[in-house]
Design a protein around this ligand. Structure first.
Ligand SMILES: [Zn+2]
Length: 185
């Protein structure tokens, strides 16, 4: 397990709405094991979240901790030497609400891209450690047990990432229907 400096910390995702603006914070009840989602309220959903439920939806290799009264997720830091295109593709995934978990190695880095939801989209991208370029990827838009798609080369991989359904879109009326449609059906 890497030390604490090897993690980047961000507000933890909500497994219901997966809204990047969501913050999970303790409510005003005595129950420390119940968190309230700030965005599920806006979307007309019941806001109560159980930390165990949140943990169960996240990929292996992340940490959870309360920071400043908000639940945060710690993800392994991005490896050095990625080219700008690779960074942009991974940023695109995280901006859309996916959790990106790097597994660096000497020859090839792997980044897991996962929707923070039960049975959400899941995939991996392989990156050359020396070149910093995307080599190939596989994505499973409807979860790991369902059919997947593969792509080789940075542009084709970017297209796969662009077409992944936005996590939690069905729970979020703010996501346009076109973005919620997955194109993989
Ligand atoms: Zn939520």
């Amino acid at each position: 397990m890497p030390d604490a400096d090897s993690y980047e910390w961000h507000p933890a995702p909500c497994p219901e709405c997966a809204d990047p603006a969501a913050r999970l914070a303790p409510g005003d009840s005595d129950r420390a094991d119940i968190l309230l989602c700030s965005r599920c309220l806006v979307h007309g959903r019941l806001p109560y979240r159980d930390p165990a439920e949140i943990r169960a939806c996240l990929p292996f290799g992340v940490r959870l901790a309360m920071r400043g009264e908000v639940l945060h997720i710690g993800v392994p830091v991005t490896p050095h030497g990625l080219n700008a295109y690779t960074r942009a593709v991974v940023d695109l995934a995280t901006e859309r609400g996916f959790v990106a978990v790097w597994r660096p190695s000497r020859r090839r880095h792997e980044v897991i891209v996962a929707a923070p939801r039960p049975d959400g989209a899941w995939g991996w991208i392989e990156v050359g450690a020396r070149s910093g370029k995307i080599l190939r990827a596989a994505v499973y838009p409807h979860g790991r047990g369902r059919p997947g798609m593969r792509a080789a080369g940075s542009r084709a991989v970017r297209q796969l990432v662009e077409r992944l359904p936005i996590p939690g879109a069905a729970a979020r009326p703010d996501v346009p229907a076109g973005k919620a449609a997955d194109g993989f059906s």
